[in-house]
Design a protein around this ligand. Structure first.
Ligand code: CP
Ligand code: NVA
Length: 330
């Protein structure tokens, strides 16, 4: 069956089939190979792309910019548009649809990215909302497959931490679609949305894998091939540090947790940015208030041979390039 994603948006991985996700990953591996051989591309020649950001970013913005340039596309970075202030989302989307071939949106509400797609008439890519971070999952899966050489149904990826956030939701969906066993380990109050878990448990079953939601660290991490975590407080929730520290202190990814997997080849993944030392202003502020030198992961694990976080960050670029080329490329 030949797959074409031309003209499609990527708002959530729920909208994509297993074959479509595999197609994107396959293309990302090819584009990574091409980049390593320093072959200049032209798949996005003459394409104009707008990057609309309501929240801060390093990787996502840079990945879109570099990926577009590598394939001959042009980008506009927009953080101070009229949208929602002097002009409705609908009107802004219609204008952008006249200028551009694709829109990347990072912001607060999932509804915004969906409405942009509805009104602009061009492909829209979700660069993170409160609910999902689908482009992140593609880089996570690419990194997982580079390091864990097993059939999908024999791989176990375990997410530890705030398991109802955007990154965890996209991992749950992506793993279920690809038939990768997924576990979410968190205190009960931070466990994923029950409806999403039900829906994805069915999806996982169809694809030969399982979903485990637990607050029991030993049970959750046992036999994992990858341990994944994210910051405890996502963008837009900055008033929640104290509450999250109290809830998640005992869920910190550290050497003992990696040992509990029983897998000496276990890899560590993190979407980044990460609070693993005192070299950030927020990290230092937290240290001064609560005495914590590291939060979701210890510096030891972050810098260990288990950690593939910088490969994962690089893979954001290759996978985002694949999404743009597949949906608007020549
Ligand atoms: N992982 C990720 O989305 O990073 P940025 O917030 O830097 O874009
Ligand atoms: N959950 C994090 C992911 C950052 C890439 C956030 O939303 O801030």
């Amino acid at each position: 069956m030949s797959i074409s994603l031309k003209g499609r948006s990527l708002l959530t991985l729920k909208d994509y089939t297993r074959e479509e996700i595999e197609y994107l990953l396959d293309l990302a591996f090819k584009l990574k190979g091409k980049k390593k051989k320093k072959v200049k591309g032209n798949l996005l020649d003459g394409k104009n792309i707008v990057l609309l950001f309501e929240k801060t970013s390093t990787r996502t913005r840079c990945a879109f910019e570099v990926a577009a340039h590598d394939e001959g596309g042009n980008v506009t970075f927009l953080t101070n548009s009229q949208m929602g202030k002097k002009e409705s989302l609908e009107d802004t989307a219609k204008v952008l649809g006249r200028f551009y071939d694709g829109i990347e949106f990072r912001g607060f509400k999932q509804e915004t990215v969906e409405d942009l797609a509805k009104y602009s008439g061009i492909p829209v890519w979700n660069g993170l909302t409160d609910l999902y971070h689908p482009t992140q999952f593609l880089a996570d899966a690419m990194t997982l497959f580079e390091n864990v050489k097993k059939d999908n149904n024999d791989i176990k990826l375990t997410y530890v931490g705030d398991a109802r956030n955007n990154v965890s939701n996209s991992l749950l969906i992506g793993c279920a679609k690809l038939g990768i066993n997924f576990a979410a380990v968190s205190p009960k109050s931070l466990s994923p949305n029950e409806d999403l878990v039900k829906e994805m448990t069915k999806e996982a079953k169809k694809n030969g894998s399982s979903v485990l939601i637990t607050d029991d660290i030993d049970r959750g991490v046992k036999d994992s091939d990858a341990i994944y975590t994210d910051i405890w407080v996502s963008m837009g929730e900055e008033d929640k540090f104290e509450e999250r520290i109290n809830l998640l202190k005992s869920y910190q990814v550290n050497k003992e947790m990696l040992e509990k997997t029983g897998n000496e080849n276990v890899i560590f993944l993190h979407c980044l940015p990460s609070f693993h030392d005192l070299n950030t202003s927020i990290g230092l502020d937290i240290y001064n208030k609560y005495g914590l030198r590291e939060m979701e992961v210890t510096d030891e694990v972050f810098r260990s041979n288990h950690s593939k976080v910088f490969d994962e960050a690089e893979n954001r670029m290759h996978t985002i390039k694949a999404i743009m080329c597949a949906t608007i490329g020549e």
